[in-house]
Design a protein around this ligand. Structure first.
Ligand code: FAD
Length: 313
């Protein structure tokens, strides 16, 4: 069976949902192996085995705090060693940059924004700012694919593996820049935007008050997103921006409130399984992409929805 290499960058304690989804997807295609950067504790090693990982590749150099170039060198080195049918990475800003650099090193094609990968390595993805969904295949080298969160439901393997650990020479990145300090961000208790099953997003229609958005997100156990109009206005941090120049999300449910549904916003959220739009203008283009629409003031609609959801819990 061909191997499928998954890049796992792991500064934290436990593997997160997006990483488990990538391992599950890899198992649908072949035998998962991991290019693992981070603290390989016994617990992490066991989890990797539970998801069917046969081999864990570790970098020879310390990649702690490394930026993308050394990580791409490591992924490429692991791929040369594993000779996989494909390499899977998360569809984050960093994942896409590492994918591109790895593609150059391996002389291979890269596909980003995947929402599905079949066993014959046909990739389903959206193109042209989300206007079309197409199927694509890499025609050269080892396919390198960045996959959006929620593309598959994560599940452990029927039979756990006992992973071997192998070290690969990732080169020496001695004087290259490292991140030595990360500002601590107050924990919101909400899931990461790109991995959340539910995203509640607000736009200019919030008038700067994101409390109804945050309250509904909390009632649904979801993440908070925003349009660019809202992030440009400084109402919410830039990392919450969804769209062409922001994050791409693919949740089970996307609630769009006070957002007009411009094509650049659509590019980041239209692969959501269900879209609910709340807008006080019945002619707003957002209703063209919504599965369910509510014409009304978000400051009235959202609190009612949150109260009803809490009542039913
Ligand atoms: P508006 O278009 O002003 O819409 C506000 C909506 O709120 C309106 O539909 C209005 O009817 C409704 N509303 C007002 N009051 C209420 C209320 N009380 N209750 C309910 N509804 C109300 N945009 C993104 O979002 N993401 C991107 O990544 C992005 N990238 C871009 C890249 C480029 C190169 C360019 C040129 C633009 C980009 N944009 C992006 C901007 C995009 O074109 C739109 O300008 C932006 O999405 C508009 O944000 P909005 O829908 O919040 O605001």
């Amino acid at each position: 069976m061909p191997t499928v290499l998954v890049f796992i960058d792991h500064p934290g304690q436990a593997l997160h949902k997006g990483q488990l989804e990538l391992l599950t997807l890899a198992r649908n295609i072949g035998e998962p192996v991991a290019a693992f950067n981070g603290d390989l504790t016994d617990a992490v090693r066991t989890t990797l085995g539970d998801y069917g990982v046969g081999t864990i590749y570790r970098p020879s150099a310390d990649l702690d705090g490394a930026l993308v170039a050394p990580k791409a060198a490591f992924v490429a080195a692991a791929a040369r060693e594993a000779n996989p049918a494909a390499v899977l990475l998360p569809n984050t800003f960093e994942g896409k940059e590492i994918a591109a650099r790895t593609g150059i090193k391996l002389d291979s094609g890269v596909i980003t924004d995947a929402i599905g990968v079949s066993a014959d390595l046909t990739v389903t993805k959206s193109v042209l700012a989300g206007a079309y969904t197409v199927q694509a295949q890499v025609g050269r080298g080892t396919p390198i694919i960045t996959v959006k969160a929620n593309a598959v439901a994560e599940a452990p393997a029927a039979e756990a593996a006992v992973p071997e650990v192998a070290t690969v020479d990732a080169g020496d990145f001695g004087p290259a820049a490292r991140i030595t300090h990360r500002a601590e961000k107050a924990a919101s208790g909400r899931p990461a935007l790109t991995e959340a099953r539910v995203v509640v997003a607000g736009g200019r229609g919030t008038g700067g008050d994101f409390s109804p958005i945050e309250d509904l997100a909390d009632a649904l156990g979801g993440a908070v997103g925003a349009s660019r109009a809202a992030t440009d206005a400084g109402w919410i941090e830039h990392s919450a921006q969804v769209g062409q120049t922001g994050q791409t999300v693919s949740p089970q449910l996307y609630v769009s409130a006070g957002i007009s549904g411009a094509i650049q916003q659509k590019a980041g959220m239209q692969t959501a399984k269900v879209i609910v739009a709340v807008n006080n203008d019945a002619d707003s283009p957002v209703f063209e992409i919504a599965d369910f629409g509510i014409v009304g003031d978000l400051a009235e609609v959202l609190p009612q929805a949150a109260a009803e959801i809490r009542r039913r819990k």
